[in-house]
Ligand binder design. Structure first.
Ligand SMILES: Cc1cc2nc3c(=O)[nH]c(=O)nc-3n(C[C@H](O)[C@H](O)[C@H](O)COP(=O)(O)OP(=O)(O)OC[C@H]3O[C@@H](n4cnc5c(N)ncnc54)[C@H](O)[C@@H]3O)c2cc1C
Length: 398
């Protein structure tokens, strides 16, 4: 019987943990294979739209996340060339009333912990660390994963949650990455190190020519997350490494001193050379599918990658329930619900990067279009993204 079969989850990031939690809520056991020695997260912040809270609530982890999040007052876009405020919209009571949930920022380790805590009460999830999956295969009535150690795991189904360079995606889709040439530097600094006039309770974006800078508070304002992005002069390859202060300072010459000071603040940086992939019309076959960045790697400009992984997990659970735990049928239904929505986010994120990095006349057009725009128009424009609800996650065919 399908319901008694175990599921292999490859990857213990936000997506993999959320998937394991969604399965456990249906009474489905899983083995989560994580390549790192511990299940954890990098030291950086993350923004959570109201759709992420809707998903976290559906997974039973909403209260945990709320307890660790900073609820911001507004979202701000500043012009880094002339220092003017292009757009600022409050995310207080009216925003919550419209979208049913708040906008917040949180340390990545804290959201990871919020999901892990909710999952910890379940004895249906087996965590296996230092377990790098090298190959996966579909078998007649199940799946098989081979680790770098040579060890093999077999189960009734498999969910690839192994991030942007997914081994499972290689097997199921086998497509190439689209390296953006955009490089992101990230750091978390203490409140004392943050310029006092930029300690805003808001995710703030300073938009400059071919670059932008973001800052927001974490952990009750005791820390600040700084993320800066620029168009690289180098031929980039997709990956993460330590950043160099010299490199980051060599960009951003076209912006004002006020946001530029952010670059002097961190003692060390991590450097991401970013990429996404063309949205795929299919994510899996038989008893295998993808979730999170493995399914829809995206550029970071909409701050929605993790939010989408959380929505994926809720939708996967709903599809499994609707299909009475028939894995193959449920996975196809899940994919049908998720592929168009996540593709829209991937494509919109690319466009948002262009808007943030506008220069010359395009910058003036952006500012003209966004300045003095009534709040309701921003809310209407964001309805498709922030208005997601767990109850309707399978769409009209539910
Ligand atoms: C600069 C930047 C800023 C961002 N800001 C936001 C934001 O504000 N809001 C937001 O919602 N999203 C944001 N994102 C996106 C978000 O970080 C990701 O979408 C999210 O972390 C995806 O989670 P995941 O679990 O799918 O993948 P990951 O977090 O990458 O987790 C994958 C896991 O799989 C493991 N793994 C990989 N390969 C294997 C293997 N072969 N075998 C076993 N384990 C394996 C990895 O070790 C890892 O633990 C941002 C991303 C970047 C780069």
């Amino acid at each position: 019987m399908a319901g008694s079969e175990k599921v292999l989850i490859v990857g213990g990031g936000i997506g993999g943990l959320a998937a394991a939690l969604a399965l456990s809520r249906l009474g489905v056991a899983s083995t989560l294979l994580e390549q790192s020695a511990t299940i954890g997260e990098i030291g950086a912040g993350i923004q959570l739209g109201p759709n992420a809270f809707a998903a976290m609530d559906a997974l039973g982890a909403g209260a945990n996340a709320r307890a660790r999040a900073v609820f911001t007052e507004r979202l701000v876009l500043m012009d880094a060339v002339d220092g003017s405020e292009v757009a600022a919209f409050p995310v207080g009571a009216a925003f919550r009333a419209r979208f049913g949930n708040p906008y917040a920022v949180i340390h990545r380790a804290d959201i990871h912990e919020a999901i892990r805590d909710a999952a910890a009460s379940s004895d249906l999830i087996e965590f296996v660390t230092s377990a790098r999956v090298e190959a996966v295969a579909l078998e007649g009535d199940g799946v098989r994963a081979r680790l770098a150690s040579g060890e093999e795991y077999r189960a009734g189904a498999l969910i690839g949650c192994d991030g942007v360079k997914s081994v499972v995606r290689d097997m199921l889709i086998g497509d190439a990455a689209r390296v953006s040439g955009h490089v992101v530097y990230r750091a978390v600094v203490s409140k004392e190190d943050m310029p006092a006039d930029l300690r805003w309770n808001a995710p703030a974006v300073w938009a400059g020519p071919n670059c932008h800078l973001v800052h927001y508070p974490l952990r009750g304002g005791s820390q600040y997350n700084i993320v800066v992005t620029f168009h690289s002069r180098e031929a980039e390859t997709w990956g993460v490494r330590d950043g160099s202060k010299e490199e980051v300072l060599s960009y951003f010459s076209g912006i004002l001193e006020r946001p530029r000071r952010l670059l002097d603040t961190p003692k060390s940086w991590k450097r991401w050379s970013t990429a996404d992939r063309e949205p795929s019309e299919h994510w899996g076959e038989g008893r295998a599918t993808l979730l999170g960045d493995a399914a829809h790697p995206m550029l970071q400009y909409l701050a929605q990658g993790a939010c989408m992984a959380l929505e994926d997990a809720v939708t996967l659970g709903a599809a499994l329930k609707a299909a009475d735990l028939d894995f193959a049928a449920a996975f196809r239904r899940y994919e049908a619900a998720r592929i168009p929505r996540t593709a829209r986010v991937v494509l919109s994120a690319r466009e948002m990067g262009r808007i943030y990095h506008a220069k010359g006349v395009e910058r003036l057009v952006r500012n003209e279009l966004w300045r003095d725009r009534p709040l309701e128009r921003y809310y209407d424009a964001l309805e498709w993204l922030y208005g997601w609800r767990a109850e309707t996650c399978l769409g009209t065919s539910a």
